[in-house]
Design a protein around this ligand. Structure first.
Ligand code: ZN
Length: 675
């Protein structure tokens, strides 16, 4: 599971096109590092620094270099998983971009370039967060003429297709809003598979998929495989269903071969034998596609607490599938941030205390919380579904039985949050949306601490806490499962944030600090996260649903006592929290109920909660928030470019150093990866 876009994420925008100048001009007080790379549509691209890389031992640098190369090899897999024509589209656009001989400063070409940037950012034609298809602003005529101007041979070499074939396939994809309109559809009552454009299924209905995987699950299996995780399910001509496995010799064989090549190199310079085995097992999984091997790998991986360098590389998260069965390809390479990790070690070493004192029913508590590990990491490379947009926290593995038996590894990514923070310097957002000086100043004083702490609590304890009743399937809540799970982890964090234990453990400096987290959470959940939703749309994404669920529920339940109000000042709405203690109790009540729903697998209650609180948007408030936000000229979404690692060889072709540089541009990087 991922913790994306924490509270401050909406506070992290930099004003308009002048952002680079702003950053530069303040650089004497901040840092000479240039955080802002590009801005287009609703997106701002930043770069992140990798502090501490230079002082790593050479062997560790070499290991990071190999793992980073492996992290970049699966990019095409993700494009293809997101939609079946994404790769053809991307390659066609790249070829046009590189060879176009018309006026490159014309309005149409600028629009074309913008669209290409969006496709790169989303790893396809659908918005990376909202899941809807975004439309190109250039005209059909421009596209047809631009394509015709590229020599057929060049096009064929890049895409494998003729001009005519490309036009036939891509014109509707680009210009017909009814074709592939949504990558992941979560609307209740529709066939979620048929109405989702992702490429995890072909020719099958939701009912067929559910029946297919239900038949695989064995009753009372206490080590269930993650059936379907690494394959595409297709209906064959004779009507039977078949899984196309992602493996060497199977689907995506070419990319997987390259991943294996770099992983093998990494294996040779691994820090220790255990890490060697982890990499070896992962390679075996790529070779066979055997999910049993994947579980073995996950167990080895979660048990490794010692290695300084760590990585993810594979089919892991299932947010791209409305049924949560199929995983997208992703990769992250990182190393431990030792200083910051001390904070999370305090939390995890007290895990049992938190479990015992949680407001949930004792039947749902773990008698023994195992292996809740926590560390703060520095990311060195992002790939696949972690790039360009990335999460700021990760908690894995996802298989519940492994989590219960072996615990989970939980990380927060501090150099990414740091880049967000630095790039957001004085953008006017707080002044526009926060009630008054008190809230703004409290945020300035405690914002970073509480943001990090909430992420830690969510990841280190929240996801790992509680247990299912015997016999309850981890998929019992179906399409509502992800929202409920994220709400559970968020509530756990919110509830404990206000606990005296935070002061005792030295995690918060005063008993005022938590209020900034509460204020931001309510403001975000009730109002400001709506900046990411188009007028008239509902909320689809599970993290956003979770936040509105919690905020709306608490707002409504506390309405009679005026715990939280939406007040009007100068014609604008503001969140006003009157009683922080009562709000904490409401978070506790909801945590108790959400845990019950999860533990009992109470689908009906999950559905009710989510449909009542999390999905629909208050249209008037939404319009107001959008108008206010627009005036600030900020981009609601952020992503990153990666650094470049360049090995230095001696005359025996051994690596004697690896240098890191940060000077690559956004388009430049994607075009290079495309090659
Ligand atoms: Zn989470």
């Amino acid at each position: 599971m991922k913790y994306k876009f924490l509270l401050f994420e909406l506070f992290v925008c930099v004003t308009g096109l002048f952002s680079q100048t702003v950053i530069k001009s303040t650089s004497t007080t901040m840092n000479t590092f240039n955080y802002v790379v590009d801005q287009f549509a609703d997106v701002q691209v930043l770069r992140y620094e990798v502090p501490g890389f230079e002082s790593l031992p050479v062997k560790q640098k070499e290991l990071i270099y190999y793992l980073s190369e492996a992290a970049l090899q699966g990019r095409d897999i993700l494009f293809d998983q997101n939609y079946k024509h994404n790769l053809l589209l991307r390659k066609t656009l790249e070829t046009i971009y590189l060879n176009y001989s018309g006026d490159r400063r014309s309005e149409e070409f600028v629009k074309f370039t913008n669209y290409l940037k969006r496709v790169f950012f989303s790893n396809g034609i659908h918005h990376h967060y909202g899941m809807q298809k975004f439309e190109p602003e250039f005209s059909t005529t421009f596209f047809v003429e631009a394509l015709a101007s590229i020599p057929e041979g060049k096009l064929k070499a890049a895409t494998g297709e003729s001009t005519t074939a490309i036009l036939n396939t891509l014109l509707p994809v680009l210009f017909d809003p009814n074709v592939a309109s949504k990558r992941v559809n979560q609307s209740a009552g529709e066939d979620l598979i048929r109405s989702s454009a992702n490429n995890y299924y072909e020719g099958v209905t939701q009912a067929e998929v559910e029946a297919f995987y239900a038949a695989m699950r064995k009753p009372n299996d206490d080590e269930p495989l993650s059936y379907g995780l690494n394959s595409r399910l297709v209906k064959k001509k004779d009507g039977t269903l078949e899984e196309e496995r992602y493996k060497l010799g199977g689907r995506y064989s070419e990319q997987i071969e390259r991943i294996i090549y770099w992983l093998s190199k990494a294996q040779e310079v691994a820090e220790n034998d255990n890490q060697k085995k982890i990499i070896k097992t992962l390679i075996a999984f790529y070779q066979t596609g055997d999910l049993k091997t994947f579980d073995e790998y996950s167990i080895r991986w979660v048990k490794d607490q010692k290695s300084h360098i760590d990585f993810l590389n594979g089919f892991i998260e299932t947010y791209g599938d409305p049924l949560g069965i199929k995983a997208s390809w992703e990769a992250i390479v990182n190393f431990k941030n030792i200083e910051a990790t001390k904070r999370t070690e305090i939390i995890s070493s007290n895990a049992q205390w938190f479990e015992d004192n949680s407001p949930i029913d004792s039947r749902f508590k773990k008698k023994k919380v195992k292996g809740v590990s926590a560390k703060v990491i520095t990311v060195a490379m992002l790939g696949g579904d972690c790039y360009p947009a990335t999460s700021i926290g990760i908690n894995l593995p996802n298989a519940n039985w492994i989590r219960q038996r072996y615990g989970s590894k939980s990380v927060t990514i501090e150099n990414i949050t740091d880049a967000y923070d630095k790039a957001s310097y004085g953008n006017g957002f707080n002044e526009e949306f926060m009630l008054g000086r008190e809230e703004i100043e409290r945020k300035q004083t405690f914002g970073t601490i509480t943001d990090n702490l909430h992420t830690d609590l969510h990841e280190c304890l929240g996801h790992g806490s509680g247990q299912l009743l015997p016999g309850v399937s981890q998929d019992a809540l179906k399409a509502y499962g992800a929202t409920v799970e994220e709400a559970r982890a968020d509530l756990f964090g919110l509830y404990y944030m206000a606990d005296e234990k935070m002061l005792q453990l030295g995690l918060l400096p005063t008993n005022e600090a938590y209020k900034t987290a509460y204020y931001q959470y309510m403001m975000n959940g009730l109002m400001t996260q709506l900046t990411r939703i188009k007028e008239g749309d509902n909320i689809e994404e599970s993290h956003m649903r979770n936040r509105q669920l919690i905020a709306r529920w608490a707002y409504e339940k506390g309405a009679a006592q005026k715990v939280v109000e939406l007040v009007q000042l100068n014609g604008k709405s503001f969140v006003k929290i009157n009683d922080y203690t009562a709000l904490r109790n409401l978070f506790g009540d909801l945590l108790k109920e959400i845990q019950r729903i999860k533990s009992e697998g109470d689908y009906e209650s999950a559905k009710k909660l989510v449909e009542n609180y999390a999905v629909k948007v208050d249209a008037r408030l939404h319009a107001e928030v959008l108008a206010r936000y627009k005036k600030l000229n900020l981009a609601p979404y952020k992503g990153f470019v990666n650094p470049i690692y360049t090995p230095v060889y001696n005359n025996k072709q051994e690596i004697v150093d690896v240098q890191v540089s940060y000077n690559e541009g956004y388009l430049e990087q994607h075009l290079r990866y495309g090659k």
